[in-house]
Design a protein around this ligand. Structure first.
Ligand code: UDP
Length: 367
């Protein structure tokens, strides 16, 4: 029998795929990476335009509390000291995010944590049981005023669903603080790679066979022994148990030739339901450069169509998780295919969690 050309065919050049490619190559395996898009890096892809690194698929702020992950990524790139301190814009009124004393002080004209807690307790008194959905969870955490101005419209737009139909876990991603601390994350380490994310992937994939614009399902593939698949799991099985729902969005990027500082912050969330976009990103604030111009991006949520849209977020509600469990049961039986990353594991992973999961996957690989 002739030997296949590659030991591993890796489908997807995002974090999971690129890490596997890098680590397996180090172990002497013959690896080929394919990606259906025309670039590496998945949704972390950044592109330099006019001296500014644009996050082409929305803001990516690296954060982790895992020293191993932090050390691992620092082999490939230097990080700056960026801390995410986003601003919410509700019909022209500006609030601090995440929900912290700056937010509560502005909203209620108060100054102390005790006052803020008392107001939230009053506003959430009707939620007496364990919150069953995002709306109840949000009101329990921050009360009805914050919910109405900063959560309801934004969530409705982003997910295309009423917050009462979404899992409570989504809102628990955000810190609620009774201190004047507006760092969006609680993690020990945080920053933006100086010079953008793409260089990390270029280094991970250096010297490895890479085929862009190559579709696993349609194009001719090199012979291989095993597959590491990082795309949507339902697509892999031709949707036999039904389509999984993913949330997706599109971006319009705008160059502002005469504007050195458009909005004064990297990320501004538009939290009313009427404004069509969810956020405006001003990229130069992530990786600061002294230039007379700027690039901004509008982020628009759009309905997801399987096989047509670029999936971004899994929708981990009960119906979708039930379908996923069926696919997972099949995936677990595959002798030669492994599944990893946000889309294939149907998990709302952040970058550091994907890295952790890929490093663990490689560590546990016996062949
Ligand atoms: N969220 C909100 N208002 C905001 C920001 C976030 O209601 O201004 C809610 C919304 O439901 C969102 C969730 O919090 O889906 C998680 O937000 P996060 O910033 O973690 O989302 P991501 O950065 O992954 O898009």
């Amino acid at each position: 029998m002739t030997q296949p050309s590659f030991d591993y065919l890796i489908v997807g050049a995002g974090f999971f795929g690129s890490i596997c490619a890098h680590e397996l190559t180090k172990r002497g395996k013959r690896v080929c990476v394919i990606d259906s898009r025309n670039h590496i890096g998945g949704n972390c892809y950044t592109e330099e335009r006019n001296g500014i690194h644009l996050h082409m698929y929305g803001p990516h702020i690296f954060h982790t509390s895992n020293p191993e992950v932090w050390q691992w990524i620092n082999q490939f790139v230097a990080f700056n000291q960026f801390t995410l301190r986003p601003v919410a814009n509700y019909k022209g009124e500006i609030f601090s995010l995440p929900f912290n004393m700056w937010t509560f002080a502005k909203l209620w004209n108060i100054t102390t944590p005790q006052e803020a807690k008392a107001i939230i307790e009053t506003q959430s008194a009707h939620i007496t049981q364990e919150p069953q959905n995002l709306e109840e969870q949000a009101i329990k955490l921050v009360g009805t005023d914050v919910y109405r101005k900063l959560i309801k419209g934004y969530t409705q737009k982003q997910w295309g669903k009423d917050p009462a139909e979404l899992p409570a876990s989504i809102i628990k991603r955000l810190p609620v603080r009774f201190t004047y601390d507006n760092n969006y994350f609680n993690d020990t380490y945080q920053g933006i790679p100086i010079g953008g994310y793409t260089q990390i992937f270029s280094q991970l994939l250096k010297g490895i066979e890479l085929r862009l614009n190559t579709d696993y399902f349609k194009d001719e593939l090199p012979t291989h022994d095993r597959v590491i698949y990082t795309g949507p799991i339902d697509k892999f099985y031709d949707y036999r148990f039904g389509e999984l729902e993913y949330k997706t969005q599109t971006f319009t990027h705008e160059f502002k030739a005469q504007v050195p500082n458009y909005q004064g912050v990297a990320m501004m969330n538009f939290t009313d339901v009427e404004t069509a976009y969810t956020r405006i990103i001003e990229h130069k604030h992530f990786d600061p450069v002294d230039l007379p111009h700027t690039w901004i991006s509008y982020e628009y949520p759009v309905p997801y169509k399987a096989s047509e849209s670029e999936p971004f977020y899994p929708v981990n509600d009960t119906p979708n998780n039930t379908i996923y469990a069926k696919y997972k049961a099949l995936a677990d039986q595959e002798p030669k295919v492994s599944f990893g990353g946000r889309l294939a594991e149907y998990k709302y992973y952040d970058m550091h969690q994907v890295i952790e999961s890929a490093l663990n996957f490689i560590r546990n690989l016996t062949t």
